[in-house]
Design a protein around this ligand. Structure first.
Ligand SMILES: *Cc1c(COP(=O)(O)O)cnc(C)c1O
Length: 377
């Protein structure tokens, strides 16, 4: 029995709840922007202590809608080098220029220093990404840097459903937070995204943008260059049912992470990215850095072939400034990002992971580490 890289968990009662919701949606014919979207929005906002939520078709759309509302056209938007392509992609789609900043080694996020180093006179916004679900303890300091210059801080919280720092939920540290419900994320709607904000103006703009820029649902006056960014009622029902599991999923994921923390503490040179004080990560990913000189591909191959354990996808294996499509925005080396992207592995974490599975992962990683790290020159 091996351990897969990821597992998407809808138990039988959840599958039944979704099937019943789908039957109801099809019977009524209210297939988009209906009661399930509203229910999902309200539940997701409540889960994060947010005043407003706007559901959209993807996490990328959520980011783009926020950036369009801010209006970043022909201006710079600072993004960390360690993130998914979509963080920068949304900036491009919104008409802005990504400025790619280095990250802090301990948190894989922007720090006040890396942010200051990247700021330009034309900076229109800053995007903070909660890699793996971990919220940097610098979040407040980053916001202060932005506030001093009157620049909005936006959170890419695609990884961070239910994560918090000092009791404050992801999505509440800046002007707005963008969440993704892509299948691999901690909760999913199949495809989908959500914007959380305290700003009623941003909420209203987001509702206009997601529905072709229409001034209202019932008129045909288009007041913004919007797009087809709606979430279907079918997706909203899946998301609303899955969201009910968020707390227990996070409990399970955190218990796995505590086992990994304890086991990795005994492995010389293998450095887990530890949860900082005050941070309560949802452990979307459990990230660790391999000792310098240990080949990631060889390490992953050995745990898979010799122990049946599939490591999960990295976050990320190539920093943004080295992505071919972003070459025009490359300015120079970003040494910390390059190092943490080259050396990281992600141990599998599932929302229903058993103790046996976690132990199998620990045994596999320990055995392969002993062999490969022992062979280093
Ligand atoms: C998944 C993800 C996105 C994009 O979400 P989609 O729903 O796939 O559009 C954006 N940013 C990060 C960091 C992500 O992991």
């Amino acid at each position: 029995m091996g351990v897969p890289a990821a597992r998407i968990v809808f138990d039988e009662s959840d599958r039944t709840a979704v099937a019943e919701a789908v039957a109801e949606i099809l019977a009524t014919g209210a297939l988009t922007l209906g009661p399930w979207t509203e229910r999902f929005e309200q539940a997701f906002a409540a889960e994060h202590g947010a005043s407003h939520a706007v559901a959209v078709s993807s996490g990328t759309a959520a980011l783009e809608v926020i950036l369009r509302s801010v209006d970043v056209r022909d201006r710079d938007v600072i993004v960390p080098a360690v993130t998914f392509y979509a963080t920068a992609g949304a900036v491009l789609h919104a008409g802005g220029r990504p400025v790619i900043a280095d990250v802090d080694r301990a948190t894989l996020a922007l720090s006040p220093d890396t942010l200051e180093a990247a700021l330009t006179p034309g900076t229109a916004a800053v995007v903070l990404v909660h890699i793996g679900g971990l919220i940097t303890p610098d979040a407040e300091a980053l916001r202060a840097v932005c506030n001093r210059r009157g620049i909005p801080l936006v959170e890419d919280a695609a990884h961070a459903h239910g994560s918090s720092l000092d009791g404050r939920a992801a999505g509440s540290f800046g002007l707005a937070g963008a969440f993704s419900f892509y299948p691999t994320k901690v909760t999913t709607s199949g495809e989908g995204g959500m914007i959380l904000t305290e700003s009623p103006e941003l909420r209203d703009e987001a509702r206009i943008y997601r529905d072709q820029g229409k001034g209202s649902f019932t008129t045909n006056h288009h007041v913004r260059p919007g797009y087809s960014w709606r979430m279907s009622e079918l997706n909203a029902a899946v998301g609303a049912v899955h969201l009910r599991r968020l707390k227990e999923f996070i409990e399970t994921r955190r218990a796995v992470a505590r086992r990994y923390d304890a086991a990795l503490a005994g492995l010389d040179g293998l450095e887990p990215v530890l949860e900082p004080a005050g941070c309560r990560s949802n452990y979307y990913k459990y990230v660790a850095l391999l000792p310098p000189g240990v080949e990631r591909a060889e390490f992953k191959r050995a745990v898979a072939e010799e122990h049946g354990v599939r490591l999960s996808g990295e976050v990320y294996d190539l920093p943004l400034h080295l992505q071919p499509v972003l070459a025009p925005y490359r300015r120079g080396p970003l040494p910390v990002a390059e190092d943490v992207c080259a050396r990281q592995i992600c141990l599998p974490v599932h929302s229903d992971m058993t103790e046996d599975e976690a132990e199998q992962v620990i045994e596999a990683v320990s055995a392969v580490h002993r062999r490969l790290a022992g062979q280093r020159p």
